[in-house]
Design a protein. Structure first.
Length: 140
């Protein structure tokens, strides 16, 4: 199972090039920029984030962190090549950050990995009513 780690505040710089996909990835101005595909959903007061991470070992290759209202998934795929060959597999580092909704309970986030899909579940506390009636008592 992937571990969830809380980190101290650092950069909240967004992944500006996440919308790019092959063949455009090779044209990015920096190396190692690979999109990581995500899916988000809200079910029964839970914010669910799924990431496609086929062929990775979640204990060694995947890290999930929470920092200042942002959830970050970082994965690393190593290339084990002994001779030159053609490959369309993606190797290197993959990172995506998503903002968590208001009321996210970051102390109880869970993560699981099954059949190449990482699922991170974030409990969300339901909002209390905006206002309530205050009873007035008479004195005297």
């Amino acid at each position: 199972m992937a571990k969830v780690v809380r980190k101290q505040p650092s950069s909240r710089f967004p992944d500006l090039f996440d919308w790019l996909d092959t063949p455009w990835t090779s044209m990015l101005p920096f190396a190692g920029a690979h999109p990581l595909r995500l899916e988000e959903d809200v079910q029964d007061n839970k914010h669910i984030i799924r990431a496609e991470l086929p062929g990775l070992d979640p204990d060694k290759d995947v890290d999930v962190t929470v920092n200042s209202g942002m959830l970050t998934i970082h994965a690393e795929r190593s290339e084990e090549q002994t001779k030159p060959q053609r490959s369309e597999f993606r190797y290197g580092s993959f990172t995506r950050s998503v903002p968590l909704p208001d009321g996210a309970d970051t102390d109880h986030i869970t993560a699981s990995y099954d059949k190449g899909i990482l699922q991170v579940t974030v409990p969300v506390q339901t909002a209390k009513p905006a206002g309530h009636h205050v009873k007035i008592t008479k004195t005297g």
